[in-house]
Design a protein around this ligand. Sequence first.
Ligand code: C5P
Length: 332
Amino acid sequence: MNPPSSQNSSSTPPARPGTEPGDRRLVEVSATAHAKVNLHLGCGDVRDDGFHELVTVFQSLSLPTTVTLTEVPDGDASGHVAELTVSGDSAAHVPVDDSNLAWRAVIAAVEKAESRVPRVAAIHIDKAIPVAGGMAGGSADAAAALVAAREFFELPLTDDELVELAADLGSDVPFCLLGGTALGTGRGENLAPILVRGEYHWALALAKGGLSTPDVFRTIDRLREERDVPRAAAPDELMKALASGSPDELAAHLANDLQPAAISLKPELRTTLRAGLDGGALAGIVSGSGPTTAFLCRDREHALDVAAHLATSGTCAATLTASGPAPGARLT
Ligand code: C5P
């Protein structure tokens, strides 16, 4: 896969404020990554390692998360991270300890580089991505944290090593590093960029509460044991639609094998999907493992109209609009 493009590959990071001899300003580094939607999510059977074999088409959406690492003078250098704070609408639902994926990403990057790091970071995440919504919110934080950590601690990590770290942190983290539109296989971590013409506009409906990704995967296994649940065909037609640039064509080929599982755990999603279509969306789909629902629209104005309709329908907790593809994780 292509590495995050704004990064130099392996050796010396570019000079930045606060690193000149005698310059005592605190070092601060920020990186931004984006949410994703799965245009196609074909879920195979569960593997021996507990993951499911996927064939998926990711697209990054213009909902950013920005991770900022700021130097903590006199911090305990052996800990690398002193604290984590979060801002944004869903800040209250984000863990602020070392269970946070961004915190884990920073520690993993430092440990992988085996560097002596004299600097200690405070992490701040400014997040516009819904939490536990099937939009890779935590994975985007981790991707941005990896890019920021390499720069902040001046770690000699190659782009490929960053991708390896990303895959260890979670199945969606490599895509959040890469961004754009990509075919994901394996558990979603093996990526190939896809040629896309044009820009796609989405209205997003946020549900009350989240869904646990493992629960959704377990539920699709159970539903498949109980009855014959149709499986998505290969995404060939979807890829052609992406090359055509036509949202109408793309709308005809959106698919998500996890949708029946998400609806079985949150039956109200069926009503939300219907409301989006009643509001004129070209197509509606559960995003990833849900419960956010994503509605493909003709253009930005249309997405605003559909979001307004969803907001007044009483079938969701909040609405957003976004466009894709958006870039991968990069320094900001
Ligand atoms: O990789 P990640 O940590 O995001 O996965 C969270 C959980 O989602 C896994 O522990 C697993 O239960 C489920 N999962 C899966 N198959 C995948 C990706 C995720 O079963 N391909």
